[in-house]
Design a protein. Structure first.
Length: 373
């Protein structure tokens, strides 16, 4: 596998073996000559929109305040110690989307989003830890990072932010544009801006098993089939009227134990769950959509591409897109898996697709899930 400058000249396999979930990696000049993909004005414009997740964090005389977006106005540029965080920038900016996709040596099922942090001098979010892996790419200015492998993750009570109470750094780095720092989950860190700065954070999905379990049970509720109704034709007079009869308990337990789930059930649940867009993601189809015939003709020449907002996964015969699942034939799967892996199909691939695939592509086009290239 090819070595990547993005990973400091090691291969993805080496990175995953030696660093992923294990220890930090500082990468100098990970992206040579890197410059911010959005101006502060563009970032502030995103943060002012209702459907974009954003936060404004201000530290004044040692006290922390946090405002959730939409953010209508920013503090003055010459005011120290404030930070604006904007999540999911890849959903709204093609260059940010392209940057995020450079990290696809990690499966899409784990890749989450690109967050941009803008801070004035001294700005940050305090010493903290994340429950997921993160790459911190410096985009503008300088940020001083202090990190620690400490096991004490006690938080300060009563603050709007999750700030570590007993942070004791082990190492310290200053990152300049193009430098990047990888941190595994639960690794304590504190980043402070030295002058005006922007940092890009590539985060990864790490759902709790509790969250997965609760959602899986809701998913399975639609497929449970337990015919019949409780009855007790052999009932005898109750000695203790308020006591649940043992026979009732055993009969119902026997019926509930008939509930079973298979690996295929888990596959479909997981594919739909992981491909479900976040609550604040909305799709808009073309204002004047082409007819089916014209779409097929245009797509057969130009090809199609997934919208940056679209999440598409597959496993076995099952295809998942934006929370929906389909069982597909082997031939159709080859085309649709290529679309999922490459996030695009060229005209030749579209032209050779089956009628079922073309109908699906057209439906996704009218919904805004894919676009003509």
């Amino acid at each position: 596998m090819q070595k990547l400058q993005l990973l400091g000249g090691i291969t993805p396999a080496q990175f995953l073996r030696d660093y992923w979930h294990k220890k930090p990696l500082l990468i100098r000049n990970a992206i040579p000559g890197f410059k911010p993909l959005l101006s502060l004005g563009d970032l502030a414009s995103l943060a002012s929109q209702n459907h974009v997740e954003s936060r404004l964090i201000v530290k004044t005389d040692g006290s922390w305040d946090m405002l959730h977006g939409p953010i209508e106005a920013l503090p003055p540029h010459d005011q120290r110690e404030w930070t604006m965080l904007v999540q999911g920038v890849n959903l709204y900016n093609e260059a940010a989307e392209a940057l995020l996709r450079q990290f696809r040596f990690i499966p899409d099922a784990r890749l989450d989003d690109l967050m941009i942090s803008y801070a004035t001098d001294g700005g940050g979010v305090g010493p903290h830890f994340d429950s997921y892996d993160v790459f911190l790419l410096q985009a503008q200015g300088r940020r001083r990072w202090k990190i620690s492998a400490q096991k004490d993750l006690t938080l300060v009570e009563g603050l709007p932010l999750k700030i570590l109470a007993n942070f004791e750094p082990d190492e310290e780095f200053v990152l300049e544009p193009g430098d990047m720092l990888y941190l595994p989950p639960h690794y304590a860190h504190d980043g402070v801006a030295e002058g005006e700065c922007m940092t890009y954070s590539v985060g990864f999905r790490s759902p709790s098993f509790q969250e997965l379990g609760e959602n899986f049970l809701q998913f399975m509720a639609d497929s449970i089939d337990l015919p019949g109704r409780y009855a007790d034709p052999g009932l005898t007079p109750a000695k203790n009227p308020a006591e649940i009869p043992r026979e009732m308990l055993s009969t119902i337990a026997e019926e509930l134990n008939k509930v079973r789930f298979t690996e295929d059930d888990i596959t479909i649940f997981l594919g739909e769950y992981l491909s479900e867009p976040k609550h604040n993601v909305f799709f808009t189809g073309p204002e004047n959509p082409l007819t089916m015939g014209r779409f097929v003709s245009a797509a057969g020449k130009k090809g199609v591409a997934l919208s940056p907002k679209t999440l598409m996964l597959y496993r076995g015969k099952n295809l998942f897109i934006n929370g929906e699942s389909f069982a597909v034939s082997r031939t159709d799967k080859a085309v649709l898996a290529a679309l999922a892996d490459e996030r695009a199909l060229d005209g030749e691939a579209v032209a050779g697709a089956s009628e079922d695939v073309l109908e699906a592509l057209y439906a996704w086009y009218t919904d805004g899930w894919i676009v003509l290239r």
